[in-house]
Design a protein around this ligand. Sequence first.
Ligand code: IPD
Length: 272
Amino acid sequence: MSMVDTYFMVALEIVKSAGKLITEHVKGCKDYKLKSCDIDLVTEVDKAVETTILSKLKEEFPHHAFIGEESVAEGARVVLTDEPTWVLDPIDGTLNFVHGFPHSCISLGLLINKVPEMGIIYNPIMNQLFTALKHQGAYLNDQIIHVSKVKELKGALVAFEAGTSRDADKMKVVRENFDQIISKAQGMRALGSAALNMAMVAMGAADANFEFGIHAWDVAAGTIIVREAGGVVIDPAGGPFDILSRRVLCAGTKELAEELSKTLVQYYPERD
Ligand code: IPD
């Protein structure tokens, strides 16, 4: 068993146990606070899940580095070095969680030398556990998963989000891309969680997904899960994916990724 396999097994138990914090609080409306704007929310549960997971990981792996969404919201810097770095979104889909729309998850990725080595996306409400380790395939609840084979946009179900920013330039691009997708693709979906959108591509339930404005913690796990399921993850303009760029496009096939990339109006947010 490799070192990364051991990291994975430890992390998996920590994530599963932290999932109980989400299921215990899923019913009813939740109190929340605003972060960057009036649609960027955080609850006490986001903070509790992050504290629980990061403190346990730090205890197990004191020499590793950590990037957590809520720690960054409270002033920590995003620093990605070659050291083993855990990247955590304690609740991806916080707005869903607040409303009780059952698509929220814990997203945890591990990068070593800036390369994704393992990913866990866990939606405890729907009992969906997506996992991947490099070169070992991707799984949903222990069953191997594969991306779809759709090659053309006209036959594709594309997942994308309006995101959590009210920036006028960004909203203009969202509207333009919405128009593009509803006129050229077979269908569109927005699950309200960047990580779960990627998981849908990994299991072949959606054929592609893109978003401008995501953060490293939204996509650290999804990147390796999609790749291990046989899909591609690139920059939306067609170049290599950069986890700090706040831009992502993934698809089941290279052909679909390229067509979608050419179709999209591009947007370049400030980097993480
Ligand atoms: C957000 C969700 C949302 C996506 C945003 C993310 P959060 O994460 O994934 O669907 O559009 O870009 O920031 O705030 O719920 O952790």
